[in-house]
Design a protein around this ligand. Structure first.
Ligand code: PXG
Length: 288
């Protein structure tokens, strides 16, 4: 496997990062998870824009243009002869000393891994997921904006550990006020009486690229969609629920905290959105 590392493609065995890199020492860096579908990098421009916004939010100046990063992503996919893949684009603060000070790191490090995708098993797209609510709350936006896709994922990892302890595959994370924020690696959508609702970014959700695509698709399909504050009660009493993410795509949820959602089967609005999404991913993006 070839990895793109600081401007060159190297063998995976040679793709090494210094122990003094602040991405490792402090989680000081940003990243994107991107999908390649049939030789098409899905919404690459939007991913690179979000990466730029994340970098700006942490005052990390990237020495590469959007075009250079886009070319590097495509080159990494071509070098590995991939047509369908999961792409991880990571930018760290770079090598510094043992102090926190980011300004002592002279140059950010960049690397790109393009590999096979580990998806939820196919049966969950047909039968739906049973999810739970975990005790770990989403980090308060006043402490660290959840809109920044940073290398600090401990908040989500702690939640993910709880998900496993409950024997589930995914879970809702509430914000510190008890409103639904999102899941550990997915955004959440609730359907009630024909309308789709999802929490706003201010409630602690990442502005997901798949989430954005669902807004576009719902508008195309003439299904009303809006951001709305949601509680667990709203999710328990929804007609349909689904999650979105680069890894999960659009996946139905049929149970939350032991309460059956709707009739306990993936619903018609979910099915229309999923079908439209599967068409979209093949055309909306950048050919490698
Ligand atoms: N919320 C969080 C906290 C995420 O990490 C999403 C929502 C969905 O955003 P996108 O832009 O992907 O629609 C994410 C994305 C993984 C993995 O390896 C996680 C994500 C994406 C891809 C892979 O678990 N999270």
């Amino acid at each position: 496997m070839k990895i793109y590392l600081d401007g060159a493609l190297v063998d995976s065995a040679e793709a090494k990062i210094s122990v003094f890199d602040h991405g490792l020492l402090y989680g000081d860096g940003v990243f994107e998870g991107i999908r390649l579908y049939g030789g098409n990098v899905f919404r690459l421009e939007q991913h690179l824009e979000r990466l730029e916004y994340s970098a700006k939010a942490i005052l990390l100046t990237m020495p590469w243009s959007r075009k250079e990063l886009a070319d590097a992503v495509c080159e990494t996919c071509r070098a590995n002869q991939l047509k369908d893949a999961y792409i991880r684009l990571v930018v760290t603060r770079g090598v510094g000393d043992l102090g926190l000070s980011p300004w002592l790191c002279k140059k950010p490090s960049v690397f790109i891994i393009a590999d096979k995708i580990a998806l939820y098993p196919a049966k969950y797209y047909v039968e739906g997921l049973e999810i739970v609510t975990v005790p770990t709350r989403r980090v308060n936006p006043a402490a660290l904006s959840p809109a920044i896709k940073s290398l600090n994922y401990l908040n989500n990892i702690l939640a993910k550990i709880e998900v496993k302890q409950f024997g589930a595959l995914e879970a809702i994370m509430l914000n510190d006020q008890g409103f639904v924020a999102e899941c550990t690696g997915d955004n959440i959508f609730v359907i009630h009486k024909g309308k789709i609702f999802t929490p706003a970014a201010q409630q602690g959700a990442l502005k997901g690229i798949t989430r954005d695509a669902v807004f576009d698709l719902a508008n195309e399909l003439n299904i009303p969609i809006e951001e709305h504050d949601l509680t667990r009660y709203d999710v328990w009493n929804a007609d349909e629920v689904f999650l979105t993410g680069t890894g999960a795509e659009v996946i139905p949820v049929v149970k939350l905290d032991g309460r059956q959602i709707g009739d306990g089967k993936p619903g018609p609005i979910f099915s229309r959105v999923l079908e439209a999404f599967r068409r979209l991913v093949l055309v909306d993006g950048t050919k490698i």
